[in-house]
Design a protein around this ligand. Structure first.
Ligand SMILES: [Zn+2]
Length: 117
């Protein structure tokens, strides 16, 4: 009877472990939501480094993802506020380019990670 219980427990662990690992990994994934004219036009995975160019009627913004951080590296806006803002990585932190109505906001699902930073 006890041996049977142990086997049942082992089977449950084997089934649940991959699911638990999957959930744990997905909760760590931070993204950057890219908005143009108030509409979401892209969602960037901050775990993947890259450079992205966005254009709208007002101008262009070049967004760079680097080691979990995101910034606007280049833009043709007059005030360059978005470029001067530098890297952002905290949950709900944004780079806003007012002249272009362009916005990048970090969405981190792991709130504890924010507190550690
Ligand atoms: Zn700008």
């Amino acid at each position: 009877m006890k041996k049977h219980d142990f086997i049942l427990l082992a089977v449950i662990v084997i089934i649940l472990l991959p699911i638990a690992i999957l959930l744990l990994n997905s909760s760590k994934g931070a993204t950057a939501v890219v908005k143009s004219d108030g509409k979401v036009i892209d969602t960037l995975n901050l775990a993947i480094n890259g450079t992205y160019t966005y254009k709208n009627d007002n101008g262009y913004n070049i967004v760079e993802v680097n080691d979990g951080k995101v910034r606007v590296t280049e833009a043709d806006c007059p005030n360059q506020d978005c470029v001067n803002k530098g890297y952002i990585k905290r949950n709900n932190e944004s780079v806003i380019c007012l002249p272009h109505r362009f916005e990048v906001t970090v969405k981190s699902k792991d709130n504890e990670y924010d507190i550690i930073q």
